[in-house]
Design a protein around this ligand. Structure first.
Ligand code: ARG
Length: 434
């Protein structure tokens, strides 16, 4: 998957004068660290165009300019990376991951995993995700605030990983898909902290997530594939409850993501005003219209079905879940095509964690297979993800002002989308990921 970068680094010839100056002025002067990056092509995601003969000028982790090669002097940079045969695209954004989940631990196996174990799993997966070229993720549901600790450790530079926007614990009705997994019998049962019924209890769960540091709120408005005893078509939570979640989140400036497979639960969440519908498998025409009108993102995880049906049984996925998946994957893909044609906003999100982290970008080729152009698929995983995450202009594009989150690819992804699955190198905030 991740190869050692074929770097042609031409470190700037040692500039003694400058180094000496730096040494002397280190504590007094704010010094901007500069990097130049060039390649056979640099992707302008907005226009879906490969720019030639340009250099990305990076200063202190942010893109300062994308300049014509003739206007840039390599002597002005502290580090110069040139990839004459490769292509540079913005770091990818996966709007639906579960970093603390292990794809070999499904069904009843999950009961055997402790919170400390899941926390370590998260740290390992964060690194794997970043190395796959995913430089920003939205984590939609985690155990016991392990996600908050992970995000903070990454932001503090203590652990390698993508930039994380995270939901804390998903808010679930009793017996719901979002955390009340129905695996334990009554006498062994301990209600997870994320379970609530009724608008005020839902609001309390939102407040609790905010209190512990959530960036976004996740709930479920239908049953799911992987939860025991829930129905995909059955709505979870009333419009009143969902509205309470959305209002309460909004009062803290947070958006809400709702897991929903069935058409009714999708529309309930759309009525409540969520920012994104996760999965959207059985969305109907009315749902597509509503999503379009409200500008609600559809985060359709159309790769994961291949893993569930291929490896799911050996990973411990329950027979009833496999049966539910057999009813879901194909329809979801058909509805992806339909929703995209109708002009709905589809944002790249994969449900990594159900399948191995690091395989996230395999979904891009499926998005092309089911109706997007390569440029549209890449926009879905960059520009549109940034917008959903409230990070427009900061990530997801190679333009002045954005973080220098960059992925180096062997082929032009506009011709060969699967090249996104095996990046040559990854930069996050101007730093080469080791
Ligand atoms: N976490 C989701 C659920 O349990 C996975 C659904 C995956 N299937 C699919 N076709 N997208 O409902």
């Amino acid at each position: 998957m991740y190869r050692k970068p074929l770097l042609k680094i031409r470190p700037k010839s040692l500039n003694i004068g400058r180094s000496l100056f730096l040494l002397l002025a280190f504590s007094a002067t704010a010094y901007a660290e500069r990097m130049h990056l060039s390649a056979a092509g640099i992707l302008d995601v907005t226009n879906g165009e490969m720019l030639r003969d340009r250099v990305i000028v990076v200063e202190d982790g942010r893109i300062k300019a994308v300049s014509a090669r003739s206007e840039v002097d390599p002597a002005d940079a502290d580090r110069v990376y040139d990839y004459p045969d490769q292509f540079i695209v913005p770091g990818f954004i996966d709007a639906h991951v579960h970093l603390h989940s292990d794809p070999t631990v499904h069904g009843y196996r999950r009961l055997g995993k402790s919170l400390p174990q899941k926390t370590l799993t998260g740290a390992i997966n964060a690194r794997t995700t970043l190395r796959a070229g995913v430089t920003t993720v939205r984590q939609v549901g985690s155990p016991g605030y392990a996600d908050i600790a992970l995000r903070d450790a990454i932001n503090a530079g203590q652990l390698p990983g993508p930039r994380i926007l995270t939901a804390g614990m998903s808010i679930s009705i009793t017996g719901g898909h979002c955390g009340d997994d129905n695996l334990s019998p009554f006498e062994k049962y301990d209600a997870p902290e994320s379970v609530a019924d009724g608008p005020w209890a839902m609001r309390q769960r939102v407040r609790q997530n905010v209190k512990y540091g959530a960036d976004v709120i996740k709930t479920c408005s239908t049953g799911g594939v992987l939860s025991k005893g829930t129905e995909l078509g059955a709505a979870q939570g009333t419009v009143e409850e969902l509205t309470a979640i959305v209002e309460e989140a909004a009062s803290f400036g947070l958006k809400v993501a709702s897991h929903a497979h069935g058409a009714t639960g999708i529309k309930n969440a759309l009525k409540a005003g969520v920012a994104s519908i996760e999965h959207a498998s059985f969305i109907d025409d009315e749902g597509i219209r509503m999503a379009r009108r409200n500008g609600t993102a559809l985060v359709m995880d159309i790769y994961v079905t291949e893993y569930i049906l291929g490896k799911g049984e050996s990973a411990g996925i329950l027979p009833e879940s496999l049966e539910k998946e057999r009813r879901t994957g194909k329809t979801q893909r058909a509805n992806f095509t339909k929703a995209h044609k109708a002009g709905a906003r589809i944002v790249f999100g994969t449900d990594a964690g159900v399948f191995p982290h690091g395989d996230n970008m395999k979904q891009l080729s499926r998005m092309v297979q089911f109706g997007m152009t390569p440029a549209e698929a890449i926009r879905s995983a960059t520009l549109h993800g940034a917008e959903l995450l409230g990070l427009a202009g900061e990530v997801g594009e190679i333009t002045a002002g954005a973080y220098a989150d960059l992925v180096i690819l062997d082929d032009n992804p506009l011709d060969q989308i699967s090249t996104t699955e095996s990046p040559v190198a990854v930069f996050k905030e101007g730093r080469l990921v080791e």
